[in-house]
Design a protein around this ligand. Sequence first.
Ligand code: NAD
Ligand code: LMR
Length: 342
Amino acid sequence: ALRAAFVPKAQKRNQRSWNYLQPQASYKVTILGAAGGIGQPLALLVKMSPLVSALHLYDIANVKGVAADLSHCNTPSQVLDFTGASELADSLKGVDVVVIPAGVPRKPGMTRDDLFNINANIVKSLIEAVADNCPDAFIHIISNPVNSTVPIAAEVLKQKGVYDPKKLFGVTTLDVVRANTFVAQKKNLKLIDVDVPVVGGHAGITILPLLSKTKPSVSFTNEEIQELTVRIQNAGTEVVEAKAGAGSATLSMAYAAARFVESSLRALDGDGDVYECTFIQSELTELPFFASRVKIGRKGIEAVISSDLQGLTEYEEKALEALKPELKASIEKGLAFAQKQT
Ligand code: NAD
Ligand code: LMR
């Protein structure tokens, strides 16, 4: 009775903030690695989406409690838990979007590539299950090193005969979120207005913010460009060092991943105005995978925004050439790993 009396008034007072109580669509989302540092806050944010009717949480351990806890939120989606390899297939059947933050995070002094040996195997086995159980789903890969895990996923899907390059996304949204935050702070802009495309990959110098393409149009000094570019490239390490051994970015990553899930669901729902940066199979450069801004629609990637790479500044052109050898090596390492397994 208290709720019945309270909610309608609150809805009138603040309609927008209560919108997540009203179902608006019925998509199903699975999170693989849902009990982890990213998985838990991501599950909470996805639970708040009015576009989701079912939220499947899978992990190798500790997922029952997370699901029980989350299931008490009075938002539309039903939460189901799945533990261990024997329940993996059921967690994937009939879902529209699969998000993969499973794997180990960095500690201070490590590069993302240092995670390769463990995470490559985790991603490979999870993608095999995705291929067998929901080959049409959008797949969002968060597990690092993204520059290698996305090529691994592509190769595994190919081997299974179900690869659709329009539906495989490496999640680089956090780079855009960081770029937007740092630029807004530096130039005293309203956060909501700022949008910086970030291209390349997701590690060190392969992360290339195109500051000259910032919206709204902003002018930067050379010093500002250098400082902002390096800060955006090292932002993951900034968090790893601040956490001092307790892992890497989880909350900002969950925020970014939830934005990418929401964008995907809006695209699936027919919204014709969905644009995100993401690491994908690409023909934009000579590299077979490359992050760039894309338009997402019902069937996945509808268009790659090639104009972002036109008219770059000299600084950006140089940075683009400089990132290619490292990105190429990471892509090839992933492909070689997946090919050698067959
Ligand atoms: P975490 O250790 O807190 O959580 C990882 C979860 O994965 C754990 O719950 C673990 O049980 C689970 N897991 C391990 N093996 C699994 C398997 N085979 N199947 C299902 N689940 C499994 O780590 P985290 O902080 O959540 O980070 C996860 C990954 O995300 C790391 O690789 C990290 O580097 C990466 N990451 C990527 C970005 C990005 O921008 N793309 C940002 C932050 C972190
Ligand atoms: C990030 O950018 O925060 C992630 O890739 C995690 C990391 O290892 O830095």
